[in-house]
Design a protein around this ligand. Structure first.
Ligand code: FAD
Length: 484
């Protein structure tokens, strides 16, 4: 594999992080040329730092050589965000996997970016607390990746996505400086650079510590499975539930195709003859949960549910969720490859948009399985295909583009939670005008990254290296952040 790697690079980064924590042989780089989507790109070198200072040293070395820097967590991203599309230094944060503190009284935790989402959930659970954002990939994905992508999950409908739970982030800036954005408190004076950083997909710096908000475990939880004859009927029920004034903590949809893939593997009791099911959860104080649960059952029945099951035991509840969380992985066993799309539309547009998604997939001749956060209007069509069939990958990508257009036309957007990454950057022009894109460019310039920090991500070609300045942000960054 040809590489433009400067001769001194490997020795310099090895000095910074230790030679055992550097990969540069072509066969080792192979494992780091992909994330969970379709594209591939190899870095010149992969480094595994252990501290913020080591990250800073590596970033400074890359800057000296004029090389791109690409942060990476577990590589479960679904938009090509962690791909080293222009080569350079891939900074993998998985060694920085310590939970530094759980402050149960103030309901906060401080973690390193390589901590796995589920590990934080389990640690918080031992104190009677919850970290709310729970991506379906939570057994594998890192908190750093969650922050970079502002990840959501089944339980973010009521609680909000990652940005609502991050209080502060320690960041290594593109010039190697280490600073805090935000802190331990709910608000800090000045522009909300913490909010700007969350969801910036590794283009503004590398998160090296994260302070998050924890919430108490609810007194009561009710989990329900509503069974419908069609996706359309289930989609109508989604809006009906919210119209009742109930905001479930989770409101997930699985269609027939995905039920037939996942149920034989997990055996959670999902009916194989259903057109679609809704997995719905309400939580809170016991009396409120009873009332809301009844309202949900009634709304589903009135909108065509042939049956609504209420999980009576914890084991049953866990099985229902296991099937939901294992759903996407199960598609991997059912098809040689699949392309997982992520779009978002206003909830009320779900019935029409789902009709279009299924019709388009049929027209292109691909099987499409849907498993998604219906309450958020966040669809995830999974298009199954065989990459060995000539032209299949191109046609799948074309279909993906058409589905994204349907979302945009319905007043929605090209991503609900997986980010823009490399894959969707050209679609940004469908929803933002030149002035918006130029402003986003200037934010990058103000942080000092321009197009060297995770290049070719988020912004369309032609952006990412604009000149100009955003003086407010530069001034704020000039004052070292204080970890309060
Ligand atoms: C089966 C499956 C189910 C999924 N379910 C969900 C879901 O329910 N909800 C959801 O939102 N997503 C979901 N995802 C997508 C993915 O898991 C999330 O985007 C996750 O947050 C990525 O974390 P990661 O550690 O794998 O990050 P990576 O894929 O390694 O990186 C993702 C992005 O974050 C950047 N990055 C990583 N670490 C840092 C850091 N420390 N500092 C700065 N930037 C960084 C990278 O440059 C890249 O742009 C799913 C993926 C799969 C495969």
């Amino acid at each position: 594999m040809p590489t433009n790697r400067p001769p001194a690079l490997v020795a310099e980064v090895s000095d910074a992080v230790g030679a055992p924590h550097v990969l540069h042989a072509p066969e080792d780089l192979l494992a780091y040329e992909y994330d969970a989507t379709i594209d591939r790109a190899a870095p010149d070198v992969v480094v595994f730092p252990n501290t913020a200072e080591e990250v800073s040293a590596v970033v400074a070395i890359a800057a000296r050589h004029g090389l791109p820097v690409v942060p990476r967590g577990s590589g479960t991203g679904l938009a090509g965000g962690a791909l080293a599309v222009r080569g350079g230094v891939l900074v993998v944060l998985t060694r920085m996997n310590r939970i530094l503190e759980i402050d149960a009284r103030n309901r906060t935790a401080v973690v390193e970016p390589g901590v796995i989402n589920l590990q934080l959930q389990e640690a918080a659970g031992r104190h009677g607390l919850i970290y709310a954002p729970d991506p379906s990939s939570q057994r594998v994905c890192t908190l750093g990746g969650n922050v970079a992508n502002n990840s959501g999950g089944p339980h973010t409908l009521a609680h909000g996505s990652t940005v609502s739970h991050v209080l502060g982030v320690e960041v290594v800036l593109p010039d190697g400086r280490i600073t805090w954005l935000g802190g331990r408190l709910l608000d800090t004076p000045g522009p909300d650079l913490r909010g700007l950083f969350v969801g910036s997909e590794g283009t503004l710096g590398i998160a090296t510590k994260i302070c998050v908000r924890l919430i108490p475990k609810p007194e009561a939880v009710r989990t329900m499975l509503a069974i419908f004859e069609s996706v359309e009927a289930a989609s109508e029920a989604v809006s009906a539930i919210i119209r009742r004034g109930v905001i479930p903590v989770a409101l997930e949809m699985l269609d027939r195709e995905i039920i037939r893939i996942v149920e034989p593997r997990i055996q959670a009791g999902y009916p194989l003859d259903a057109g679609a099911v809704l997995l719905i959860e309400v939580e809170g104080v016991a009396e409120g949960v009873a009332v809301e649960g009844e309202a949900v059952v009634d709304a589903c029945r009135r909108h065509g549910a042939r049956e609504v099951r209420v999980a009576t035991e914890q084991a049953e509840r866990e099985r229902l969720w296991e099937a939901r969380k294992a759903g996407i992985g199960a598609i991997g066993a059912a098809s040689p490859a699949f392309y997982l799309l992520d779009g978002v539309v206003p909830r009320t547009k779900l019935p029409a948009v789902m009709r279009d998604v299924l019709a388009l997939s049929e027209r292109y001749g691909f099987r499409c399985a849907n498993i998604f956060h219906a309450g958020d209007g966040n669809l995830h069509p999974n298009i199954m295909f065989d990459p060995d069939v000539p032209g299949a990958t191109d046609r799948v990508l074309e279909l993906g583009g058409e589905i994204m257009r349907v979302c945009v036309k319905a007043g929605g957007s090209i991503t609900g939670e997986h980010g823009v990454g490399y894959e969707k950057r050209s679609y940004m022009e469908w929803i933002f005008g030149p002035a918006d894109l130029a402003a986003m460019d200037r934010v990058r310039v103000a942080f000092g990254g321009a197009d060297r920090f995770n290049p070719c991500k988020v912004l369309p070609t032609g952006h990412g290296c604009a000149t100009g300045h955003a003086s407010d942000i530069q001034r704020a960054l000039a004052t070292p952040g204080v970890y309060v």
